[in-house]
Design a protein around this ligand. Structure first.
Ligand code: AMP
Ligand code: ZN
Length: 473
């Protein structure tokens, strides 16, 4: 397959060629673990997942690295505001490490439930302080830093291509010399590599360093950890569009300042935001929706995945419970159609439309190759199910497509017993729905009764990340 990706660095779709044949180094910025991920954050990780699954299906060996930010991220990405981890720990009466541990587990619980493949390497900032210090030393040795007011800063004027990714004008960032927020900065765009004179006397985690006891700025962790696991130059880096003007801009500046090897990363992929009716969704502003909120409203995590796949990752997506309900209904009919295809294929029934399976697979591949167009890929899957042939081949093609979409279609067919009669499977699905209603209403007796009555009929229920499935004893 020949992928083209929209590369933010070039503001253009480009043919994808990896640095090493057959192998891909991919770094996706991970969560700051001071709270649950909100459903907007999960859009970023579904985007990474579609990318990784697509590349692996095409035969690439993908090394996917993701960081966990457990230190140094202030509420404003440009070194302003409170320390997110410390604030959260204080509010909850816990230690920073307890908070980090709790929300890291919660994060993977969410991503597992959404069928998001776990990264090959998950690395915590607090476990890579040595690598960050070593990288800062290289940047300092190459003359890109200054020490002021107890902190070590990156001087953006020493790096002429600063801001290329975001199309920023260096002159604009040079102005405003000493900023209101931080009197030590020589230029508005300068950023902290290492804090010693912390503005937070209560900073919980500090380490010794050549610049004094302190802690790293937020951006350096991604440069240090990505290069540790993927080498000094690698193929793809991704994150949400909010990271373009500050975080990723600073990552590029400090990495290239350290190594002198440009471009540090070949392809930059950025997902647009999920927005609410009221506007942007943010973790720090509070009042955000989590995956659990959607589950409590009666949705399956895969309903939300289906909803996300209906939009291209580079288009803003408006969330509402009504549109999620639409996605839920569509996913239900999709699953029903796949079950019905499985039953017909099993019984040897032939038929269907004029176009063969290969036609839809080709359309699907084209959509995915073209900057990961999941809406078009979904349309090809629907086309195959509505107008394609009825055959074992067609069923295999559905499962092949689902190796990227990951809507649990193979499990759904297995859950239906592969070729059970439709009336029975519908009845069981209805009982499963009643049982989850009962569980939601905390009526555990009713829920247990439903499970037991099915067991008496030789059917057992299994609760998993994608919802409840059933099989014969
Ligand atoms: P954070 O945990 O705040 O560092 O964010 C984790 C990821 O979610 C980053 O890649 C952000 O760019 C991305 N992100 C944050 N808010 C949204 C949103 N509303 N929609 C899509 N992606 C988002
Ligand atoms: Zn990052």
């Amino acid at each position: 397959m020949a992928f083209t990706f929209y590369n933010t660095l070039r503001r253009d779709k480009q043919l994808f060629t990896p640095l090493k044949e057959g192998k891909i180094g991919f770094y996706g910025c991970g969560p700051t673990v001071y709270n649950y991920a909100h459903i907007g954050n999960l859009r970023a990780y579904v985007t990474h997942d579609i990318l990784v699954r697509s590349l692996r299906r095409a035969g690439f060996d993908v090394n996917h690295v993701m960081n966990i930010t457990d230190v140094g991220h202030l509420s404003d990405d440009a070194d302003d505001g409170d320390d997110k981890m410390v604030k959260s720990a204080e509010e909850r009466g816990k230690s920073v490490l307890e908070i980090a541990d709790f929300y890291t587990k919660a994060f993977f619980n969410d991503t597992d439930r959404m069928n998001i493949t776990r990264p090959t390497v998950v690395c915590k900032a607090t476990e890579h302080i040595g690598e960050m210090i070593a990288l800062i030393e290289r940047i300092e040795k190459n003359g890109f830093t200054y020490f002021a007011g107890g902190n070590l800063y990156f001087d953006i004027t020493k790096f002429p291509s600063y801001g290329e990714l975001a199309r920023l004008r260096l002159d604009d960032l040079r102005s405003g010399a000493r900023t209101e927020q931080d009197q030590n900065k020589r230029n508005q765009g300068d950023f902290v590599l290492w804090f010693t004179k912390s503005k937070f006397e209560n900073q919980a985690l500090v380490w010794d360093s050549p610049w004094g006891r302190g802690y790293p700025g937020w951006h350096i962790e991604c440069s240090a950890m990505s290069m540790k696991y993927l080498g000094e130059n690698f193929d793809i880096h991704a994150g949400g569009i909010d990271h373009i003007p500050i975080h990723h801009t600073n990552e590029i500046a400090q990495s290239e300042a350290a190594t002198g090897k440009k471009p540090w990363v070949s392809y930059w992929l950025h997902n647009e935001f999920l927005v609410m009716d009221k506007g942007k969704m943010s973790k720090s502003a509070g009042g955000f929706l989590t995956l659990q909120t959607l589950i409590d409203e009666g949705f399956d995590p895969l309903d939300y995945r289906y909803f996300l796949l209906g939009g291209h990752y580079r288009s803003q997506l408006q969330f509402s419970m009504e549109s999620l309900q639409g996605a839920k209904n569509s996913r239900k009919s999709l699953t029903d159609k796949v079950r019905s295809l499985a039953e017909k294929a099993k019984s040897g029934e032939q038929g269907g439309g004029g176009k063969n399976t290969a036609h839809y697979i080709e359309g699907f591949n084209k959509a995915i190759e073209d900057d990961l167009s999941t809406p078009r890929a979904l349309a090809e899957l629907w086309g195959l199910l509505k107008e394609g042939p009825v055959s074992q081949d067609a069923l295999s093609a559905v499962f092949d497509m689902d190796s990227i979409l990951a809507l649990g279609l193979e499990d759904a067919v297995k859950g239906a017993g592969g070729g059970e009669d439709e009336a029975l499977s519908r009845e069981i699905e209805e009982l499963i729905a009643k049982r989850s209603e009962a569980k939601k209403a905390k009526d555990f007796t009713a829920a247990d009764n439903i499970r037991q009555s099915l067991k008496d009929r030789g059917i057992i229920l299994e609760d998993g990340p994608g919802g409840t499935t059933w099989k014969r004893l």
